[in-house]
Every structure is written in C-alpha cells, then in structure tokens.
Ligand binder design. Structure first.
Ligand SMILES: Cc1cc2nc3c(=O)[nH]c(=O)nc-3n(C[C@H](O)[C@H](O)[C@H](O)COP(=O)(O)OP(=O)(O)OC[C@H]3O[C@@H](n4cnc5c(N)ncnc54)[C@H](O)[C@@H]3O)c2cc1C
Length: 413
C-alpha cells in the first residue's frame, strides 16, 4: 500500500496539489513509490521497524535501500537515532531529501531510476517539502567540476573582482551563483543559527535574531568594510576567500561553527577548525559551493564580542579578536577565541581558551588569557604596524573582548 507520506508529516497540501500528487503517485511504479517512501520516512526519523510495518516490505529490503543511499553520499539515514515516532522535519533533513531526489541516480548508485527520482523531486517541490534550489545548485557544481581549476565561483565579487583587477587572479571562467535560489537566509533551527551561503552582510546586520541572540556576529558584520561593500559581500564568500584579514573567520572559529558545502559528490559539513588550510586556501574542493554556515545557538549564560582595531572606518583589521563564552555559576564553562589578521591563517587561541575554561574570569585570569592570545599571534610587519605592536594589540583587544563578552553573558545577552 502506498503511504501518504508528505501530507501526513509536512503540511496538508491544497486541493489542487492533492489532485496533482495523486496523479503523480499513480504514475509511479509500485517499487519506486516504496523506495521513495523508505527514504522519506527514514529522513523523518521513523524507525526501521515502523517503516517495515507501514510499507509492508521486508526488513532486508528497507535496510538495503537505506545503506545504498548512505553509501551514495546521503548519510545518516540508518544511524540517526530514532524514537520510533516521526519527528518534525528539520531543514537538514530536507537538505538530505533534496540531495536524494535531485542528484543524478548514477551518483546515488541507483541506475535506472532517473525518471522516478525526477518525479519524486517534482512532487516534493510542489508540496513545499524541499526548496526548489537543488537542480540549479547541482548544475553549478557540475559546471565547476567540468571547468576545474580554470573556474571560480563568483558571489558578491567584493574580494574576487578586486583581485582580478590587480591581475592577482585570472580565472578563465566565472560561475556566478547569485541567481541560485534559496541560498540567502538567516534563521534559527535545530540548535543552530543557519546562514545561507549567499546571505549578504547587510542582511546579517538587519537580522533581529542576529542582533538579539548573537552579539559576536552582530559586532562582526557591522565592522566589515563599508555599507556599499556589505550590500553585496556574502558570508559564504568571506569564509571561502580564506583571507586571514577577513573578519568572519575568527568569529566563526570562536563560535565553533560548521561550513556546509555541496559538490558533485554530495553535501559535506566542514568544522571551521579544519576549514582554513593556508593563506587564501580552504578545505573546499574546486566543485564545492558553500551553501550554509551553522553557528551553534548560545546556551543560557552566553555572551560574545568582536573588537577590531582598524586604521580608518572600512579598513581591514590591524588586528581583531572574537570571543564567545558561556558562564555557569560565574565559572567559564565554554570559550572560543579567534584572532584576525595576525597570521597567515585565522588563528584559534587555544591556550588562551584553556586558561579560562573552568575558571572564574577575574581580572588576573583575563590578563593571563590575553597574554596567551598575544603569544599565539604570528603577525608580519607591514604598513599597519610592527610585529611587536600587533602582538601587543592582540593582548589589549583580547582583554577588551573578554570583558565585553563576560558583561554580556552576565546580562544574559
Ligand atoms: C573596500 C573593501 C573593504 C573590505 N573590508 C573588509 C573588512 O573590513 N573585513 C572583511 O572581512 N572583509 C572585507 N572586505 C572583503 C570582502 O568583504 C569579503 O571578502 C567578501 O565578503 C567576500 O564575499 P563575496 O561574496 O564578495 O565573495 P567573492 O568576491 O565573490 O568571492 C571571494 C572568493 O570566495 C569564493 N566564493 C565566494 N562565494 C563562494 C561560495 N558560496 N562557495 C564557494 N566559494 C565561494 C570565490 O570563488 C572567491 O575565490 C573588503 C572588501 C572591499 C572591496
């Protein structure tokens, strides 16, 4: 029996949608319907036993398909803890479903099901179960894979175009992702702030949730360049550029964020700690596009701050420090400290963090952590200052950022 999957757990379709769905469903062969249902139910965290029961299929058939999808780059369908009851569909789950239904069947290891997968996707898009972005996104990643090193992603163009003007970059092809739908958003969901890869800095600045719940991020986006740049520059581009002088890298290090990238091989979550691999280099593969940045939602008693020293408004930092921490009973339980523009890569000041963790952040502890952050900095001398000056600046800015973050945590910011 064909299950009434999406309408039961996602939302009630309208009458016309229902009629269309019935038409599409009836057009599917029974085996395809069952396969689609397995993936959908699993993605909704329905237990394997329950899927078996509902669909009247054998357990080996159900696990066979879940494994197959798992191996094909849509992981987590089998491992995800299930309560045995359907859960609300998170956007992560939706992304998985999108990947399943819009990838080429060959990529998923399912030869011969192109027709049915395409139909399934149409069905999901129509019911609003998945955003209609993946066909375009996957086309863009396929193009990047085909063009290889000769191509560059173009989003806001605020770093790439200046580099091209200076002839420091000369890609033969630009893959403009500005037209990809569904990649610009800021929302809290599933214990994280989710920032779409194409979200502009100006949108962060205007977001109520950023302003009220993520002061570190709010501080950061307001000091990036100037309003004209911020209207175009994207958060995805700021990170993907891998410039240690950019402001988001240190902030995302302090948050312990995660970068979600999609390429021809599927979706990958890259912890920010392993994202920056060298000067202007990241862990992104040439065919991958940053689609989302996930910032863990702050626990009660959290506060953050970004303190930047710049020569003039709109300039890159001479040095800047990002701090995110959580206090419990006056003790610093969690802390992240990121440093901007004082090394060939963005720096996580791990020794400074260790000096604070499990302690009451009194003045002596703050001073010690600030000193350790200065020691972690590895700047070069340039027009912005000498090595000694920049290191000392990190010490001063770390202490300031810590005090501000603590004050905000105490106020429940
Ligand atoms: C005058 C000026 C001042 C500036 N000041 C600051 C500042 O103070 N602080 C600061 O942080 N930055 C500053 N910047 C830099 C700029 O703000 C960021 O680097 C910008 O956010 C990059 O985003 P973008 O969308 O413009 O990326 P683009 O310029 O389009 O791309 C940058 C790089 O990232 C890659 N890329 C872009 N998007 C993606 C994606 N979604 N997936 C994979 N790869 C991608 C591109 O291929 C390219 O290599 C300044 C820029 C200017 C022009």
């Amino acid at each position: 029996m064909a299950p009434d999957v999406p309408s039961r757990f996602v939302r009630e379709p309208s009458d016309s949608e229902r009629a269309e769905l019935t038409r599409v469903r009836e057009a599917w062969p029974a085996a395809t319907r069952a396969r689609a249902a397995i993936v959908l139910l699993s993605a909704m965290r329905v237990s394997v036993s329950e899927i078996v029961q509902r669909l009247g299929l054998s357990r080996p058939t159900v696990t066979h398909w879940l494994r197959r999808f798992d191996r094909s780059g849509v992981p987590g369908l089998l491992d995800r803890p299930r309560s045995g009851r359907p859960a609300r569909i998170s956007s992560e789950t939706l992304r998985h479903i999108t990947m399943v239904v819009s990838a080429r069947p060959r990529d998923l290891g399912i030869p011969g099901t192109r027709w049915s997968l395409a139909r399934l996707r149409g069905y999901l898009v129509q019911t609003g179960t998945v955003p209609a972005l993946s066909q375009e996104l996957l086309r863009a990643t396929a193009l990047l894979a085909k063009l290889g090193d000769d191509a560059k992603v173009l989003s806001g163009g605020q770093s790439l175009i200046p580099l091209m003007k200076l002839r420091l970059a000369a890609p033969h092809h630009l893959v403009d992702i500005n037209g990809l739908p569904g990649l610009a958003y800021v929302r809290e969901d599933g214990g994280a702030l989710r920032i779409g890869g194409l979200t502009r800095e100006a949108d962060l600045e205007e977001s109520d949730v950023v302003r009220s719940r993520y002061p570190l991020l709010f501080d950061t986006c307001r000091v990036i360049a100037d309003p004209i740049v911020r209207n175009l520059a994207t958060v995805g581009g700021n990170l993907a550029h891998g410039d240690p002088a950019n402001d988001h890298p240190a902030t995302m290090l302090a948050f312990g964020a995660e970068v979600v990238a999609v390429g021809t091989a599927g979706e990958r979550k890259i912890p920010i700690g392993s994202f920056f691999t060298g000067p202007f280099s990241t862990a992104l593969r040439p065919d991958e596009i940053v689609v989302e940045i996930r910032v863990p939602s702050p626990k009660p008693g959290s506060g953050g701050a970004y303190v930047k020293m710049e020569r003039k408004v709109g300039d890159f930092a001479t040095a800047a420090v990002a701090v995110q921490l959580t206090l419990s009973g006056g003790v610093c339980q969690e802390v992240g400290i990121g440093l901007t523009n004082v090394g060939s890569v963005p720096i996580k000041a791990v020794k400074a963090e260790a000096a604070l963790r499990g302690k009451r952040p009194d003045e002596a502890t703050i001073k010690q952590a600030a000193q350790l952050a200065a020691e972690a900095a590895d700047p070069s001398a340039d027009l912005r200052g000498s090595v000694e000056y920049k290191k000392d600046l990190v010490r001063v800015l770390t202490a300031r950022a810590l005090r501000k973050a603590i004050e905000r945590a105490q106020k429940g910011a």
